[in-house]
Ligand binder design. Structure first.
Ligand SMILES: *Cc1c(COP(=O)(O)O)cnc(C)c1O
Length: 386
């Protein structure tokens, strides 16, 4: 029997009664748009993350768009971010007319390299591509940094916040994969001016469709985010004081996430156990680099991602795993600076060597709270035998 990469059905069987009760409550009260569950979830997740305020929205992509719009990001602005991430991270600033400036990653964490970020900011300020590769777009001014907590591990916020402060840049946390993670005693989605998360079903805290949330500590920003969420709404529905979006979180999806919060802490602990078991089972695999969690951090383990020696080695391992019914996934096989969508920025291969090397070497194993230890052993033995 092939094993699922993420088993959402096992979770559903566990929380089925609460999910049904919560959805039924929405069907009964009938407030499908902006019903009381949305506000309840905002309060619950803000408290959980350790942020003062939260605004539910339609997706993680909407959350990023809303955050950037609230911070007034637009044409001429350089937005620094990693190239080793999901499309939405850089797509959002680009859709607003801003220019993504891609920065390389740290080899140990796969997250934005703070030293490279500092060089990239200076390169834009001095218009000096000798300091750091830059997009072939003139007249940029540094504006914001979008740091991604890749695979559930928070970025290095002490160093990144320091760089943002030194250069007067706004920091946005892309916590789409990291809700529930920790960094230096603080939870993910509490960093930056605005933090964003996603409730896409496969994320650590997912719903049964699309959903997302913005977090902040600033009442003015929160009010802006709420206005942007509904077409730039002013005092009432038909006063529009700015351009906005239709980016509301569905009440039914909020009700689903509220049900999932009942087991979320246990699931985070189960994910830790799954990761620990993989680490133990694979400790003898000398040709692989296992995921590392720095001192002071706790990963939400959105993915369990290994580094093979080379692209060919990776292909052999994936084949051996598939032969034993173990699925794998590649996050991400092509860094964003080399995607056709960003060809206009003029990046060429070789400019962000770690992102490029890792996209050829990474592969992810099945990871979810209900993964059977025997399936983990099956995966490990297939890897060790290959
Ligand atoms: C999933 C994801 C997003 C986008 O979230 P959606 O809810 O799918 O729009 C953004 N950034 C990262 C890093 C993601 O993994």
């Amino acid at each position: 029997m092939p094993i699922p990469f993420i088993d959402l059905k096992a979770q559903y069987r566990r929380i089925q009664d609460t999910v049904h009760r919560n959805i039924e409550a929405v069907l009964e009260h009938g407030r499908y748009i902006m019903g009381p569950e949305v506000e309840a979830l905002e309060a619950r997740l803000a408290a959980y993350a350790g942020a003062r305020l939260a605004v539910g929205c339609g997706s993680g992509t909407d959350a990023l768009l809303m955050a950037l719009m609230a911070l007034n990001v637009g044409p001429g602005d350089a937005v620094f971010t990693t190239s080793f991430t999901f499309m939405a991270t850089a797509e959002a600033p680009a859709l607003l007319g801003a220019t993504p400036v891609f920065v390389d990653i740290d080899r140990a964490t796969f997250n934005l390299d703070p030293a490279a970020l500092g060089r990239a900011i200076r390169a834009v300020k001095d218009n000096d591509r000798g300091l750091h590769p830059l997009p072939r777009v003139g007249g940029l001014a540094p504006k914001a940094v979008v740091a991604v907590d890749l695979f559930g591990l928070p970025a290095d916020y002490l160093a990144i916040e320091a760089a943002c402060q030194a250069h007067g840049l706004a920091l946005i946390e892309d916590g789409a994969q990291s809700f529930g993670a920790e960094y230096m005693g603080r939870r993910a989605c509490s960093f930056g001016r605005v933090a964003c998360t996603s409730f896409f079903p496969a994320k650590p805290l997912g719903c049964y469709g699309d959903g997302g949330m913005c977090f902040s500590n600033d009442s003015d920003l929160d009010a802006l985010l709420r206005s942007i969420r509904v077409h730039g709404q002013g005092r009432d529905k038909y006063e529009n004081v700015r351009l906005g979006l239709n980016a509301r979180l569905d009440t039914i999806q909020a009700a689903v996430v509220l049900a999932k919060m009942e087991v979320f802490d246990q699931e985070l602990e189960l994910r830790q156990q799954v990761a620990r078991r993989y680490n133990e089972l694979l400790s003898g695999a000398e040709s692989l680099v296992l995921p590392r969690v720095p001192e002071g951090s706790v990963s939400a383990w959105a993915q369990y991602t290994l580094l093979a020696e080379s692209e060919a080695h990776r292909a052999r391992l994936i084949e051996a795993l598939a032969a034993r019914g173990v699925p794998t996934a590649l996050y991400y096989p092509r860094p964003l600076h080399l995607q056709a969508a960003f060809a206009g920025l003029g990046y060429v291969r070789g400019e962000l060597p770690v992102c490029e090397e890792f996209s050829a070497r990474v592969f992810s194993l099945p990871m979810h709270p209900y993964l059977d230890p025997e399936d983990q052993e099956r995966a490990a033995s297939a890897i060790l035998a290959a």
